[in-house]
Design a protein around this ligand. Sequence first.
Ligand code: ADP
Ligand code: MG
Length: 654
Amino acid sequence: MIELKNISKTYQMGKVEVKALEGVTLTINPGEFVAIMGPSGSGKSTLMHVIGLLDKPDSGEYQLCGKSMQNLSDEQAALLRNRIIGFIFQQFHLLPRMNVLDNTCLPLIYAGKRALKDKAREKINQVGLSDRILHRPNELSGGQQQRAAIARSLVNEPFLILADEPTGNLDTKSREEILSVLKELNQKGKTVIIVTHESEVAAYAKRVISMRDGKIISDKYNGVKPQNKDLSRMKEACDIVTQSHHKVGKAEFSDFLRQAIIAMLAHKGRSFLSILGILIGVAAVIAMLALGTGAKESIEKQLASLGSNLLVVRPGSSQMHGVAIEAGSVTRFTFSDVTAIGRLTDVVRRVSPAVNGRAQLVYGNQNWNTQVEGVGLEYEEMRNSSPAVGRFFSEEELRMREKVAILGTTVARELFGENNPVGEAIKINLLNFRVIGVLPTKGANAFRDQDDNILIPVTTAMFRLLGKEYIDTIYVEVNDAGKMSEAQDTISKLIIKLHRLKKDEEDSFQIRNMSDIRATLEATTKTMSMLLGAIAAISLLVGGIGIMNIMLVSVSERTREIGLRKAIGATNNDIMFQFLVEAVLMSCLGGIIGIILGSGIAILITFFAGWAVRISLSSVILATAFSVIVGVVFGLWPARQAARLNPIEALRYE
Ligand code: ADP
Ligand code: MG
């Protein structure tokens, strides 16, 4: 069954060549109980690793069930280790965070037989550990741990048991127990190979092979050479060997997920810290996008509430902001300009002058500072400002410069609380005004509270309250949406004519179209979102690097676990997938907590600052997708590092 011909293995240690195996030729038949003896460093473990397909010889021929093992792929070797070989190590190599049952079940996962828990229980029974089934390795004695490891090696009904100094770390009593378990296994038909350097141990075996310096120096049978028993088992094993190229990758996603959750829970604090970056990044994305969307929506609402087809005529050039311009190059508007524009009935439907300033309001012992707008009669219709309570001012009141005021809802609430302000007297900059109405609510946006204002007749504002000689703004409503630019031209020409402006003075006033304003606002919002997006992307990147760091730490910390998993049949892909799932799980968890946190922040902003925010489904999907991608991208490298580990070296890792 096992045939080794002239097997050699040389290790390079710096400049020194260590010949671990030198021309080993050996045949082991089914059902044998073989002890390999020899001093430390004589190549026993190396021989076991070659037989167990954990390591490849440099030269020589190895045949298992008549099939050459020379050109076996990593996956095929993993499959054979899983299905026909059971390893028992001196250090037990149980996974510390799992109980005896879960440890025993491990090889089942890689065989795609995770459901066979009863099989695992049966094997635990067989090694006499059924009363410790839910204990973790650190709650067991050395002998019990080794028995758990034997149960694990048996769970896939292997044909061959390889035990490398299984009693090396045990006291005499435990050693006896372990050896009798192995002897019993052999009596039931399993082929057992045990490495030891204690002759009492060797006495249990039927055949003793002695090694020295990588060579076999003696090979003796204790008593009779055993007959081949249980040939059907052997046939089964050989079938697996011959068909090994068909069956790989049996572990399922749920297995990986479970392992990942166990690993994460094992280091709760560390996992939390490593997802913090993702968490903050995603929370920022969600909150920022909610703010941005909210701002955009309220801008649009505001633009709609401004009224349609609106042109805004103002003194000064549109480039005025931030650039000093010469004195005298600003056109001053008066009522005659308003009247003249109003006469352009071909294009203009309505026109209203406006001035504004800030004022201090007093009612009783309440004070409030707000924005005062002096406007014309037409303003009510043009700007959707018909009072919700009370009335607008009349033509008579406009003409007589009456001291009447219409309050925005914020002002009304600040001065009057829940009471009806209509008919009350208030002081505006020490002048007595009468409240005649309350404006409809327009809502707040990220920039300002649009209900924090009052309207008064433009004449009262200019000549009594603010002391202005000129009009600040002329609002023009155009007849038809299609005539906006025509109206803009006509009004522009009229103003140039009325004010006798020269060519170089033509930018001393500006006419703005709402769509210009919309475009500007949209451009601003877009720049803002891009900036915020960039910040969020950077924090996600940093978060990803955090996860990668932790995963790399985790890989090196769990090197022995990786080695063990490979020894019991995990393929490279299994290992890679396990770590990848762990990284993605962490980043997704960060993403989910981030989404909750970000939404919470957005809601708090609405609640306390009164800004409009809107959490959109698309931003949630975006954030989730991003965290998955971050997990995959930054988990891939550590996962590949883990997958590439050599099982032997990984098992030796301290
Ligand atoms: P044994 O199990 O009989 O004590 P091993 O098979 O472990 O001996 O090792 C045989 C020889 O090969 C020893 O001299 C050891 O130092 C060397 N050796 C084993 N593994 C390595 C390795 N990974 N790198 C270098 N030398 C090694
Ligand atoms: Mg050894």
